[in-house]
Structures are given as C-alpha cells and as structure tokens.
Design a protein around this ligand. Structure first.
Ligand code: SF4
Length: 161
C-alpha cells in the first residue's frame, strides 16, 4: 500500500482527552469529529506529547500561563519543541508533506492563535528560525463532538486540503 506521505501534527489531547485537567475534558477519548475529517483525507496524525502531563501529571489543577511560567516547565517545552522540529525535518527530508499543527485555543501551553501557549511559543520560534513553512489552526474553545461549528468545519477542511 502506498503511503499518502501527508502528515499533520496535533496537540496530544486531540487524540486523548484523558490527559486534560479533570473538569475540562470535552470528550471521553479523542475529538472524533476532527479525527474523522483528518482520517477521511488519508492524512497521518502525529501526536505531540502533553507537556502539562509530563510536568504535573493527571491530578494537576487548572493553571494560567503565568502560573506555569517557570524554568523547569519552559525547559520541558524547549525539549519537546526541539524534538518536534527534528521530527518535522525528517518528514520533509523524506519528501513528506507536513500540513501543519493543530493546537488548542486558549490553552496556556498549546494555544496557537491569540496569546500563544508556552509549547507553541517555543515550537513556532524554532520553526520560523529554520524557515519551515507550516499552516496552523486551533481547536476552538466551544468545540464538542457532534456540534462542530460550520466556521470551524470550513477552516479545518481548508487546512487539510
Ligand atoms: S498541555 Fe496541551 S496537550 Fe496537554 S492537555 Fe493541555 S492543551 Fe492538551
């Protein structure tokens, strides 16, 4: 079977809501509607690590970006960012299309649009320095399976086409 050689990178919790802060989960497991759109386009899904899980585990409280801002958490995110850029380069060097990154809007760690989360700040800084061209999109704060807004469906389909 030929591979599509098309890949999208996603914030960890798009595929696994079990890692989010307890009361904030918006699905039992994955965000099915997003995953279905990506699967229907024959695109591979490369899941990023969850930095907050790595730092504070499953019993963490909801925290702001300012509360997360310390050198240990920064360094965790710098390491993930460097590792991720190497992964992206490996795909590109082997003639894969890396479509872009799907983040989580308003997350202190994984937000891309508006104020960037700590991981996305580190990651996108290196991506720009390395002159890698990617597209970006965030899962909106009101996303729930079965009620994806027309606006987001359109954005997502444009993003993956
Ligand atoms: S740190 Fe990122 S991947 Fe982890 S739960 Fe928060 S938004 Fe999701």
């Amino acid at each position: 079977m030929e591979r599509s050689k098309r890949v999208v990178l996603v914030s960890h919790c798009i595929l696994n809501q079990n890692t989010v802060v307890l009361p904030l989960a918006r699905a039992k497991g994955a965000y099915k509607d997003i995953v279905k759109e990506v699967m229907n386009a024959d695109i591979g899904i490369h899941q990023l690590p969850c930095p907050e899980y790595r730092y504070l585990g499953l019993k963490r409280e909801s925290m702001t970006k300012e509360q997360y801002e310390d050198s240990r958490f920064r360094n965790i995110n710098k390491d993930i960012a460097l590792d991720t850029v190497n992964i992206i380069k490996e795909y590109i060097d082997n003639e894969y299309e890396v479509i872009g990154i799907i983040g989580i809007n308003e997350s202190p760690t994984c937000s891309i649009s508006g104020e960037k989360g700590i991981l996305m700040e580190e990651l996108i800084n290196i991506i720009i320095k390395e002159n890698i061209k990617l597209n970006y999109i965030d899962v909106p704060t009101d996303y729930h399976d079965g009620t994806m807004s027309e606006k987001f469906i359109k954005e997502l389909r444009n993003f993956i086409k």
